[in-house]
Design a protein around this ligand. Structure first.
Ligand code: SAM
Length: 170
């Protein structure tokens, strides 16, 4: 079971990036996302509307305290940061564990580095929380990251080489 924690969401500035963090988390096998920072009900609704239409149990929630969320999480807490240990070495020990995967937006508070069990880097170069999360999930879940099932969908895509083939259930 994998939960993503998105730190420091800013309603205006991070509107799209936070949505994309959630979409990537859901599509590549996480079970839910917790947003910290500015409370943004519209964002939670958009994410949960995607789950309603496209299926699965992925849910977005808000937490007023990243500290409490990290401290109380009953599993392994992983902070994605360019300062961490390379993901290719860290991932095997994390496979199959209950994970909280923490990603930042603006400057990440210093205590996050110590609150988490490990700091993991997807290369030691600066880039994006969206890309870092996608690649982390792929490393930890392997091909399962591409094979998540989404029961209860209102629509599903029937993969086709050409064109769009969509099945509607309701
Ligand atoms: N400027 C911010 C700071 O001082 O921490 C980081 C901004 S960065 C765009 C936002 C987030 O992307 C980071 O908090 C981290 O979670 C993720 N990220 C960026 N580069 C990364 C890397 N090489 N490995 C893992 N995560 C990374």
């Amino acid at each position: 079971m994998i939960t993503v924690l998105r730190l420091g969401h800013r309603k205006d500035r991070d509107k799209r990036a936070s949505m994309h963090v959630a979409l990537v988390a859901r599509a590549l096998g996480a079970d839910g996302i917790v947003f910290c920072g500015e409370k943004d009900d519209a964002l939670l609704e958009r994410v949960n509307a995607v789950s309603k239409k496209w299926g699965g149990k992925f849910r977005a929630t808000f937490s007023a305290s990243y500290r409490t969320t990290i401290k109380k999480f009953p599993g392994t807490k992983v902070h994605l940061t360019m300062y961490g240990k390379p993901v290719q070495g860290a991932a095997p020990a994390l496979a199959g564990k209950k994970l909280l995967v923490v990603v930042g937006s603006e400057k990440v508070p210093r205590d996050v580095y110590a609150l988490c069990d490990c700091n993991v880097a997807v290369t030691n170069q600066p880039h994006s929380e969206i890309a870092a999360l996608a690649l982390f999930l792929r490393e930890v879940l392997g091909k399962k990251a591409f094979e998540k099932k989404f029961p209860g969908a209102q629509v599903t895509i029937l993969p086709s080489e050409k064109g769009k083939n969509v099945k509607k259930y309701k």
